[in-house]
Design a protein around this ligand. Structure first.
Ligand code: ATR
Length: 283
């Protein structure tokens, strides 16, 4: 499904959309369509491909034409952060925004629901608590920065950020200093097993596996790949080979971050389970 900001004027239902480039692969219209049907909310949700150099004009046009809320995806989350007149504390620290709406004054407000999505998927859908756990996060890019605060808010025993470029892991640990026990290192420095290992690198997008020491996975380790794919991701395949007790991909995170955006816009909590089941079965 694709659309453009101008379609918003002709419809009576409240208009929402996801903006990205490319956008044809996005599952968000389907997910929010299901949320709307389930809750009886009168809304339409489309997908908009913004030209790479016209993100901010596309956002402005959408809201000027009466649009109510936007999700933002790759590669525009940082630009969405910059154009937001108001940012939540979570979004401020995340350095990226995936949800936009307007306040009473018509100002554009930015929120980041990715980290909440990850935490809800782990703790509620999979019943894996983060409290008191030794957590390893692989990667130190925008995706990892976006989820660190909600993970820290679960009070893990520690978070170790390991990255190919160690300096970037160190910068992230510095940025979140004082909010929990944070360590930063390279992959080859890892010499112990963790309770939960979260892959936030974009390596799997290129079908790559970071050079990870086998020792990080024990028979009690839960592995979580923030990416998702119809088949088991390469990281989760590797973790299974190392006998991780469980492996999960990021489809649940995607649905949970969408549910949180839906809540911000509509003040309605939806049941994510049927939507997750539908995506697993039919996509
Ligand atoms: P994103 O928004 O997906 O986080 P990003 O900010 O470009 O994208 O960050 C990508 C992350 O994946 C980085 O941590 C990157 O490591 P570097 O900081 O060293 O570049 C990591 N990454 C990408 N490809 C990788 C690979 N083949 N092996 C290991 N790490 C990889």
């Amino acid at each position: 499904m694709s659309g453009n900001a101008k379609t918003a004027v002709n419809n009576t239902a409240d208009q929402y959309a996801v903006i990205g480039n490319p956008i044809h692969h996005s599952k968000s219209p389907k997910i929010h369509g299901e949320f709307a049907a389930q809750s009886g909310e009168q809304l339409e949700y489309s997908a908009i491909q913004a030209p790479l150099d016209e993100f901010s004009a596309t956002v402005k046009s959408f809201f000027d034409h009466g649009g109510k809320g936007l999700n933002i995806t790759v590669p525009f989350k940082e630009q969405a952060w910059s154009l937001s007149a108001q940012l939540s504390d979570r979004a401020k620290l995340a350095g990226a925004v995936n949800t936009l709406y307007q306040n009473d004054k018509g100002e554009i407000c930015g929120e980041n629901t990715d980290g909440i999505g990850l935490v809800r998927d782990l703790t509620e859908n999979h019943q894996v608590s983060l409290a008191g756990k030794r957590v390893l996060v692989l990667g130190a890019g925008g995706a990892v920065r976006g989820v660190l605060l909600p993970i820290l808010e679960q009070n893990p025993a520690s978070i170790t950020i390991a990255n190919r470029t160690v300096a970037k892991a160190e910068q992230l640990a510095e940025l979140f200093a004082g909010r929990g026990t944070l360590n930063a290192c390279g992959f080859s420095d890892l010499n112990d097993a963790f309770d939960i290992v979260i892959n936030g690198t974009s390596a799997s997008l290129q079908g790559d596996l970071p050079p990870l020491p086998e020792v990080i996975i024990s028979k009690a380790t839960v592995a979580y790949d923030m990416m998702y794919a119809p088949d088991k991701t390469i990281f989760n395949q590797w973790a299974e080979t190392q006998q991780a007790v469980k492996t999960f991909d990021g489809l649940g995170m995607l649905v949970e971050q969408a549910a949180e955006s839906f809540y911000i816009w509509r003040k309605q909590r939806v049941n994510t389970q049927p939507v997750l089941e539908m995506l697993r079965t039919f996509d």
